[in-house]
Design a protein around this ligand. Structure first.
Ligand SMILES: Cc1ncc(COP(=O)(O)O)c(C=O)c1O
Length: 398
């Protein structure tokens, strides 16, 4: 009888916040100043400081805090000029808030196929741009898989596309030596609990364009207190827009900003730890019969807060059983081919508010695609246990 180990760590554990985040949050709560705007008696609100620090970290001219990653994308599309009814290209392997943000902007998602390594298919991108006449590409670096951004930039130039990057899974990640979020006209980040830095809810928009930055600040709900932003364009730019742009009240709270600032300073060490764990898992999973972790490109410097892999040769029923049985042994694996959406996982044909679109290549790829979170506290022996459990459960199905 084979030993049946069980994983002794909760893969959904986000980890506690740094001491400094907690202390600052307590101090802020004592003051009651949780809204980012208002009378600060000479002090600078955390949200303002976070924006400055984030822009410096990323190398962007401007950064604007908002209340979620989905809001960052929604506003990113609006400041990129997306109007109701406009087509927006987006990679089809994605998560629900992304087509949701397109819908929120009143626009139409035009889904683009992905490749086996989970990156957007460049031929289909060209084809769908021509067919749809779209002017905007919303590129999600889905699960941290970064397309060849030099090629993407070339295609955008050639076809007249404005690039909006969804960096919800790539904070701190680079293509070549440039951060994601720095290739597009706009970069959109999430600070929701399961992202690289955690404020429960939150998002950040990064851009170099002063009109886009002013619009984002006004849309986000700054009342007429935009002068309290320090990482912002000059008042002259706001004069152009302040009566044109509605206040949509999507602000980042001061409390969220205050707990994010210390975490941002830890990004480099957290990223190194995530990638170390990814390396252990990648090696062990690739050694299993029927399992493949797609190779990453040399130009990709990812920050692996999750891992994706293909499990081959199983039917849909077997994949469901595999994911259910692994979960019973503590290994929460999400299978992207599930016929019904479950938890965070859904796929494009579940988003029935979109115009029906057939993406046979993406469907086939998602049929074998599994996904697992990587908590920062995962150890090497626990990676061995994960591989053992997966191996045993796959062989029991065959
Ligand atoms: C790829 C992707 N983009 C955007 C978002 C939106 O982030 P938020 O949950 O902060 O709205 C998520 C959240 O899971 C996501 O996975």
């Amino acid at each position: 009888m084979k030993k049946q180990p069980i994983l002794d760590i909760d893969l959904s554990d986000p980890g506690g916040l740094p001491r400094e985040s907690i202390d600052q949050a307590v101090a802020l709560m004592k003051t009651g100043r949780l809204h980012r705007y208002g009378e600060y008696a000479g002090t600078v609100p955390h949200a303002t400081l976070l924006e400055e620090e984030f822009a410096e970290y990323l190398g962007s001219r401007f950064a604007i805090g908002v209340n979620s990653g989905g809001s960052a994308i929604f506003l990113g599309l609006k400041i990129a000029g997306v109007r109701p009814g406009a087509p927006v290209l987006v990679n089809a392997f994605n998560l629900a808030p992304v087509p949701g943000a397109i819908e929120h902007a009143g626009a139409k998602a035009v889904l683009v196929e992905v490749d086996r390594d989970y990156r957007i298919n460049l031929d289909d991108l060209r084809r769908k741009t021509r067919l749809s006449n779209a002017k905007v590409l919303l590129l999600t670096h889905m699960r941290g898989h970064i397309a060849d951004m030099d090629k993407i930039a070339g295609i955008c130039d050639e076809l007249g596309l404005t690039l909006v990057e969804d960096c919800a899974h790539t904070m701190g990640a680079k293509w070549q030596d440039r951060f994601t979020g720095r290739y597009g006209a706009v970069g959109c980040f999430s600070t929701q609990t399961f992202k690289h830095i955690n404020s429960g809810e939150g998002g950040i928009i990064a851009t170099d364009d002063e009109d886009m930055a002013a619009k984002a600040i006004l849309y986000s709900g700054s009342y007429m207190l935009y002068a309290q932003h320090r990482c912002a364009p000059s008042p002259r730019v706001f004069e152009r827009w302040k009566k044109q742009i509605p206040n949509l009240s999507l602000r980042m709270s001061n409390l969220a900003a205050c707990i994010l600032r210390p975490q941002l300073r830890e990004m480099a060490s957290r990223g190194a730890r995530w990638n170390q764990i990814y390396g252990w898992l990648e090696q062990r999973l690739n050694a299993l019969e029927g399992v493949e972790v797609p190779a990453r490109e040399a130009g990709e410097s990812f920050v692996a807060s999750s891992i994706q892999f293909h499990v081959q040769g199983l039917t849909g029923d077997q994949m469901t059983r595999l994911s259910d049985r692994c979960a019973q042994r503590g290994v929460a694996i999400k299978w992207f081919g599930r016929p019904e959406p479950q938890g965070y996982t859904s796929q494009y044909h579940h988003w029935q508010y979109l115009e029906p679109q057939a993406l046979p290549r993406t469907t086939e790829i998602l049929q074998t695609t599994c996904d697992m979170r990587i908590p920062l506290s995962l150890t090497e022996p626990q990676c061995n246990t994960i591989a053992t459990i997966l191996d045993q459960e796959i062989s029991d199905l065959n």
